[in-house]
Design a protein around this ligand. Structure first.
Ligand code: CA
Ligand code: CA
Ligand code: CA
Ligand code: CA
Length: 316
């Protein structure tokens, strides 16, 4: 299984200080502060199911997501979003074709649950675009319970633009961080699927499993196959950023390793003095934590990953 992570470098000036989006169905990146998470201007080959850009914005209390399409027809389709809030193995919806375990709306989608981030959505947000109405007629914030889904349609504030000629052209929505469990980092992707028991025909970031019409294996029916959505965007939330800015860890060398003093999640990378990476890890520290690595005595470069601090340590 191929796993490619798309990293978004979050600038505080870029995401947090600009104007907050107005949820009105019109995406205006310059005045609303939308940041591009992923885009694919190539045509999917499906006139009524063609994603162009995924945007995000974060305020101190809410996550905002938006998509722009390049649809040129109004079809009955489902717009889905996966949100992973914990990046933990086997924690979230994964899916299983052999047991018929499918996602919140029964779409035949599998998530990789693979190292390093174990993308397995803890939430899905779904919108149904109804051709007869030329509008969204159903919306759900779907919460993975560990064995199934809870559905909530009142905590998503959204707006769209589009009509019977174009289908949905843009969709903006907002969910409060508290509804998502106040995460420090999220992984996000979006896709378009069809009706019951269908699968994705377009995705952002583009997943290998979701072929474009021009690339398709003619034996694969993209509407009804099983797709692995192995691509996602990683975003550090304001909660994660503020933890970085207030963090104050002390690192002390110890026999064969080191001791961390402080509070919070501590990510580290250790290099030899000539820059070769030896190991990396992530630990939750409350007070004091000893990390034993069995390092041979010598001089090492120690980097605190999120804070970006470098320091030399001598391992005895
Ligand atoms: Ca707007
Ligand atoms: Ca998860
Ligand atoms: Ca496929
Ligand atoms: Ca498919």
């Amino acid at each position: 299984m191929r796993l490619v992570k798309c990293l978004v470098v979050v600038g505080i000036a870029g995401g947090l200080l600009s104007a907050t989006p107005t949820i009105d169905g019109t995406i205006n990146p310059a005045s609303e502060g939308w940041q591009v998470a992923s885009y694919n201007p190539n045509a999917s080959g499906y006139a009524g199911a063609d994603l162009d850009t995924l945007y995000y914005y974060m305020s101190s209390d809410s996550l905002y997501l938006a998509i722009k399409t390049q649809n040129s027809a109004s079809w009955d389709v489902a717009y889905g979003f996966g949100i992973d809030v914990n990046q933990e193995q086997d924690n979230g919806y994964v899916g299983n074709a052999s047991t018929g375990t499918w996602d919140a709306w029964g779409r035949h989608l599998i998530f990789p649950n693979a190292s390093p981030d174990y993308y397995a959505p803890d939430y899905e947000v779904y919108f149904w675009w109804e051709d007869d109405n030329d509008a969204i007629t159903s919306v759900n914030l779907c919460t993975w319970t560990g064995s199934g889904w809870n559905f909530n349609s009142t905590d998503v504030t959204y707006a769209t633009s589009g009509d019977g000629n174009t289908g949905l052209i843009s969709l903006e929505f907002r969910i409060s961080w508290s509804m998502l469990g106040s995460p420090e980092r999220i992984l996000v992707s979006t896709w378009i699927a069809g009706g019951d028991n269908s699968s994705a025909v377009d995705a952002l970031p583009q997943a290998v499993s979701v072929t474009r019409v021009g690339d398709s294996d003619p034996t694969v029916t993209e509407w009804t196959d099983v797709d692995t959505l192995d691509q996602y965007v990683s975003i550090t939330t304001p909660l994660g950023i503020s933890e970085v800015s207030i963090r104050n860890f002390d690192i002390l060398p110890a026999v064969g390793g080191f001791v961390i003093k402080g509070e919070g999640v501590f990510d580290y990378v250790i290099y030899t003095v000539d820059g070769r990476e030896i190991t990396r890890g992530s630990v939750r520290v409350s007070g004091e934590k000893k990390i034993s690595l069995g390092l041979t005595p010598g001089l090492y470069i120690f980097k605190e990953k999120r804070g970006g601090h470098l320091r030399f340590i001598v391992i005895r």
